[in-house]
Design a binder for this molecule. Structure first.
Ligand SMILES: [Zn+2]
Length: 221
């Protein structure tokens, strides 16, 4: 027994009923044009009206932002494993693309981004100071390494920065240098007092000293 066929109103081909989308109120419960023609029409419509469609979507998003965010929260909570795995895979596969688009977004929106950051900071300075403290404590080595590299790559720029800071507020600069030297002295003294009997503490002190050396940006006066 052959499958019943129907003629497409668009391409006029005779095709099996499975090639037509369902449509409740149409004769025979099927659309007049076949799936292929419907898809093709939709594709052409989207291509011709891309801006209009994007704009409508933006408006829908703006109007339903709360609802969409809530839905996304619920979805993430229900699919935490799945979506973090998916995100990880996506990031790995598209690292260059993501970095490039972030760079472009940042350079195109620098003022906006900085302004938003300023506002967030002004609204809750304590929170951000605490966040910075934690970040610094957790990433001390990484931060020092970056500083070392930057200094090695461009010592002149660093000296220029120091000169500017000095010119802007000599007293503050001298005070910060004094504090820095005092810190180094303090750690050195501790090192000389504590010997290898306590290797763990010794190691910590050595790494502190190393970190201090690495942040040193000013040559001996
Ligand atoms: Zn067709």
């Amino acid at each position: 027994m052959t499958e019943p066929e129907k003629q497409c109103s668009q391409c006029l081909a005779f095709k099996p009923l499975g090639e037509f989308y369902n449509h409740k109120t149409s004769k025979g419960g099927k659309m007049l044009a076949c799936k292929y023609c419907k898809n093709e029409y939709a594709r052409q419509y989207r291509a011709a009206n891309r801006e209009k469609i994007n704009e409508a979507q933006r408006q829908r998003c703006a109007a339903n932002r709360e609802e969409i965010n809530e839905y996304a929260r619920q979805y993430r909570a229900a699919n935490r494993e799945k979506s973090s795995e998916y995100n990880r895979q996506y990031r790995d596969a598209n690292r260059e693309k993501i970095n490039e688009s972030q760079r472009q977004y940042h350079s195109a929106n620098r003022e906006k981004i900085n302004e938003a950051a300023r506002k967030r900071y002004a609204a809750n300075p304590e929170k951000y100071k605490e966040y910075e403290r934690q970040y610094h404590a957790a990433n001390r080595e990484k931060i020092n390494e970056t500083k070392r590299q930057r200094l090695a790559a461009n010592p002149e720029k660093q000296h220029e920065y120091d000169r500017k800071r000095y010119a802007a507020n000599p007293e503050k600069w001298i005070e910060s240098q004094r504090k820095y030297r005092a810190r180094v002295r303090h750690v050195r003294n501790q090192c000389s007092v504590i010997n290898a009997l306590d290797p763990k503490k010794w190691e910590i002190l050595q790494s502190k000293l190393k970190a201090l050396d690495s942040t040193k940006t000013k040559k001996k006066e």
